[in-house]
Write a protein that binds this ligand. Structure first.
Ligand SMILES: [Zn+2]
Length: 130
């Protein structure tokens, strides 16, 4: 079963039209429609019901791929799961950067390359008062 239009709307609304990983708002990236992303990929038996999909910008979606975990200091840690975890327990915005508060946050930031030059620049433009 594919994700239908009603579920796409629900995912977008639930996310407040923001990437559930890095926090960009769709309005800040108007030329690229955010993806409905499977937190647990279909390849790994993730479901299409509302408990699995999240809204992700093209950068986060691209870097995540089918990954569920990454390495931090030589240890395997799970990636942030926006369906079961709270963003502000694992991440914080610090000026134009996103910093990890936990190994999950730090690993997700590194794998998703959340502080690459393009995203730092976009945060600077989107929130000039930081
Ligand atoms: Zn993102």
């Amino acid at each position: 079963m594919a994700i239908d239009a009603a579920l796409r709307r629900l995912v977008r609304l639930r996310a407040g039209n923001r990437c559930e990983y890095c926090g960009f708002h769709q309005d800040e990236l108007p030329l690229v429609t955010f993806h409905i992303e499977h937190v647990i990929s279909k390849q790994r038996a993730g479901t299409d019901d509302a408990s699995n999909p999240c809204l992700a910008c093209h950068w986060c979606n691209f870097h995540k791929g089918p990954n569920l975990a990454t390495q931090v200091d030589g240890l395997l840690v799970p990636l942030f799961n926006p369906r079961t975890q709270r963003w502000d327990e694992h991440f914080a915005a610090q000026g134009d950067l996103i910093v990890g508060l936990t190994p999950i946050g730090r690993g997700t930031i590194a794998l998703f390359n959340m502080n690459d030059d393009d995203r730092i620049e976009l945060r600077r433009i989107a929130s000039p008062n930081n």
